[in-house]
Write a protein that binds this ligand. Sequence first.
Ligand SMILES: CNc1ncnc2c1ncn2[C@@H]1O[C@H](COP(=O)(O)OP(=O)(O)OP(=O)(O)O)[C@@H](O)[C@H]1O
Length: 165
Amino acid sequence: MATRKLFTLVFLKRQGSVLLGLKTRGLGKGLWNGFGGKIEDGESVVNCARRELREECGLMASDLKQLGVVKYEADFEECASIVHVFTSSKFEGEEKASEEMNPIKWYKYHDIPYMQMWPDSVSWYPLMLQEKFFSAHVIYSTESTIRESIIQEYGSINNALKLAQ
Ligand SMILES: CNc1ncnc2c1ncn2[C@@H]1O[C@H](COP(=O)(O)OP(=O)(O)OP(=O)(O)O)[C@@H](O)[C@H]1O
């Protein structure tokens, strides 16, 4: 089996708003997203989430909670990507854009710029915003076209994590 790329993705929440950043380079350049990146060798998933969040927006989360797993596959790629999705509403530090995410901005839940985001976002953000446990299995046929997507909601994170196995 081809190996998988492992990523984290963190959403900070404050009074009905979520913090997003505009990606300036690499994967997802020009799209708004939460904060995250590749899990390094030997690094735990949650430590990666903490590190990428601090590197990309200057904030340190104190109640990171894993809500979901998104598995991306593409007809034109051998390797799947697994994204571990976290939220937190307790954080400290100085909010600051970074080289990779600039600008960063708080968006009201009803004002999220889905048209300038990965096309699958609209299918699972509502669950993430409501603090539901979920998994999303998304298969792209081209870089901007989804061929298939299966979104599931769970009572705990354990079932969602099965998608990451
Ligand atoms: C269709 N597939 C995908 N759709 C939507 N989002 C995806 C994704 N695959 C990965 N993601 C997220 O996009 C960021 C990439 O981060 P990426 O810049 O590659 O990682 P990292 O910061 O380690 O990179 P540097 O090596 O420092 O440049 C990271 O938040 C990750 O969760």
